[in-house]
Write a protein that binds this ligand. Sequence first.
Ligand code: SOE
Length: 382
Amino acid sequence: MSNQRPLNVGLVGYGFMGRTHSNAFGKVNQFFDLDHRPVLKAICGRNEANVKAFAAQWGYQSTETDWRKLLSRSDIDLIDIATPNDSHAEIAIAAAQAGKMVMCEKPLGRTPGESERMAAAVEAAKTPNMVWYNYRRVPAVTLAKQIIDDGRLGKIFHYRAKFLQDWTISKDLPQGGAGLWRLDANVAGSGVTGDLLAHCIDTAMWLNGPIQSVTGMTETFITERQHNLTGKVEKVTIDDASAFLARFGNGSLATFEATRYARGHKALYTLEINSEHASIFWDLHDLHRLQYFDHRDEGRLRGWRSLHITDGDHPSMKHWGVPALPVGYEHRFIHQGAVFLEGLRTGKPAAPTFRDALATDLVTDAVLKSAKSGHWETVGRA
Ligand code: SOE
């Protein structure tokens, strides 16, 4: 559309998430009918050679090696943060104060204190903001949301989620630096609680409302690792595994578990809901299927239905292609980008906002506190 308004993007960070976000900005107008068109105006990262190579590969018009310089540019409308977690707060707050729109990779901050300051900054600046929690955009997960919102489930009793991986089991794996900063708590904030459970919590609260209280346990299985930046063997302070029980505001009970020590599981994110009338089960390793059991079905034919969520009338499928063709990781980010741009058109905040993501960080914080205290912890209000 020729009358689309350009939206000049300044992206900070050119790792795995920088690529994923760039792809989303580049494709979103091909798949969604929107008023704004992102322009890949500038990519920013500390290593000049890498940042230039990234700009050439992804079509950015310019490069910066200092994010403060990027923020001072009048030709940038939106700052998108795809850096490791320890720089999210500083960049986001400065970007909001510079009058930019701000998008940020998850988790929002390393602590609720950081996240609260970030949410306060974008709200004070009255600037559009969003966090890239992408599992909401899996068509089968969106269908689960529709089923719940339609009232088909009746009273919800149980919510059950887990996110299992196996990539940190080797004791020879170092911590720190590119790719491995997730193992360094100073940079990441926490281990699997902030990295993996945060996804489960974001989806859970989207589907089932606020979490009120939690009791958790964490474990660090390998307590020392070589640090890539110092070259020294250093203490590991992230949680390698984390599990918690929770009570939702609607009275339902929940169990959550995440680990990077589950041999054979690469990204086994599953969720299950059991309610008065029906149950739902979803599994990221089989992401197009939504398992659905409805007790109201005729008795003789009652059973788990395995719904293949790729038909034209399933959530978001009309954007992607002809029915039956599966969509993948990148589609979720393209869709999440579209949600942000749609928010600019309607003036309604695109979810999850910084404040929504703060609510998730308050749950992960309560889990980590409970793992230390051995007590139930009440979740703070965002
Ligand atoms: C960690 O392995 C990771 O890449 C997370 O950082 C992502 O958020 C998750 O979607 C997949 O796993």
